[in-house]
Write a protein that binds this ligand. Structure first.
Ligand SMILES: [Zn+2]
Length: 432
């Protein structure tokens, strides 16, 4: 790969030289505007925002999610000089937004999973497998508070009736590789297990044997009485358990200090109001949630958005950029649920009528209705992806023909302009 890039660079070098001495490329964004933004925007600041955000276990509907919104995002936006606010919607495992049932509120404080005893090992001393304070992702999201202990029973995937045909898990702990929500419904609620321990499925990321995957129970309100808690373990920890289980029964002990109950979906809004048509907005969104320390998904998008907001606000205040003619609305949300709660509760959050929708209206003034609406949405998710680690590229996917947009033309051109400008954060990688 590196070799190929070097060869291409050598081949292109004479062409670039030629381009440099001829007229600069023409772009839709004028060079003064582009350069003002490029100089003000700081990759380091975006990363610093990201560092603050990842300190929180940001689960949708949880008070931890409200904390990061109230303690990190909102105060920073206000310090930048923004008109910014928090908006909350009920999240209780029964309220529906569109086709989605909102998650329960979940206040997670502490949790531990221990190997309590291995009957095949003489003078066995307990071994800790998980401590929430060390690896927050080792506790299944939306685990119910409480304590249990029992013998481990490996039920394979553990997500269907068939997995429990030949194994009685009543009073035991289901050791399973399926999605925790389904393992709890099958193993605990239907078949009487006291708790679940989830291990990586065979062949799942074999290069990362110590990895603990994100997994969740997602109980609905009517299941709160019957649900239990779960833990995730790594492949190496699973191998240890299996080795011990070959020698005799293995008992584990799980303890969770958490509360499941009515919670809130917390959103943060910030606005740069339009000078000509403030009722029309470009919506810039990103999901602020995800488990500690999920940095790429999506502290990175949230942190980059905060820096984009700061950049525009500062350049406008310094009169280096004109204020926008239509409103720019930044919105940090709990993924899916927050967006759906927002559009369900705000009838004005609808697509602006486009003159292209109806040829007869092409002559009409597209702005004449004066109704609030959304011109376009740019959603920033996982913008901190390391394209070298993932052997990926920076792609631009055009909108489908059924949803035509000026964004296709504009963003294709901005991407080309960005590439030509060869922009890098001083302390960042040189990866494109
Ligand atoms: Zn995401």
């Amino acid at each position: 790969m590196a070799m190929n890039i070097m060869v291409i660079k050598k081949l292109l070098a004479p062409l670039c030289l030629f381009a440099a001495v001829s007229a600069p490329a023409q772009h839709l964004v004028d060079s003064k505007t582009f350069s003002a933004i490029a100089n003000e925007y700081s990759g380091e600041s975006a990363q610093e925002n990201t560092r603050r955000i990842v300190e929180y276990h940001r689960i949708q509907g949880s008070p931890m999610m409200a904390s990061v919104a109230e303690q990190v995002v909102l105060p920073r936006l206000k310090a930048f000089g923004f008109e910014a606010e928090i908006e909350q919607f009920p999240s209780d495992g029964k309220t529906r937004y569109g086709t989605y049932i909102s998650p329960m509120g979940w206040d997670m404080r502490a949790g531990e999973l221990w190997i309590e005893n291995a009957s095949g090992v003489k003078d066995f001393q307990p071994i800790m497998l998980c401590r929430y304070a060390d690896v927050p992702m080792c506790v299944s999201t939306y685990s119910k508070g409480g304590e249990w202990s029992g013998e481990l029973a490996d039920v394979g995937s553990g997500t269907s009736d068939a997995d429990y045909k030949s194994i009685d898990v009543r009073g035991k702990v289901a050791l399973a590789s399926g999605y925790a929500a389904n393992v709890v419904r099958e193993g605990v609620i239907k078949h009487g297990a006291v708790g679940v321990v989830i291990y990586p499925a065979a062949g799942d990321r074999p290069d990362h044997p110590d990895m603990v995957r994100y997994n969740g129970i997602w109980p609905r309100a009517e299941e709160v009485d019957k649900t239990r808690s779960g833990f995730q373990i790594s492949r190496n920890q699973y191998d240890t358990l299996k080795r011990l289980m070959k020698q005799g029964a293995v008992r584990v002990h799980g303890k969770i200090d958490a509360t499941l109950g009515p919670g809130k979906l917390t959103l943060v809004h910030a606005y740069l109001r339009g000078t000509e048509h403030p009722e029309r907005e470009v919506l810039i969104s990103g999901h602020l949630d995800h488990p500690k320390w999920s940095a790429n998904d999506n502290a990175s998008g949230s942190g980059a958005m905060m820096e984009a907001a700061r950049t525009l606000q500062k350049l406008i205040a310094e009169k280096k950029l004109a204020a926008p003619k239509i409103t720019i609305h930044f919105m940090w949300v709990p993924e899916y649920f927050g967006t759906l709660a927002y559009v369900s509760n705000h009838p004005e959050a609808r697509r602006c009528d486009s003159p292209w929708d109806d040829p007869r209206r092409q002559q009409a003034d597209a702005f004449s209705s004066g109704k609030p609406c959304i011109v376009a949405n740019i959603n920033m998710d996982m913008v901190g992806e390391d394209t070298v680690k993932t052997n990926s590229r920076f792609y631009f996917t055009k909108s489908p023909d059924s949803v035509p947009s000026f964004l296709d033309g504009l963003l294709t051109d901005v991407m080309a302009q960005t590439r030509e400008a060869d922009l890098y954060a001083q302390t960042g990688t040189r990866n494109y």
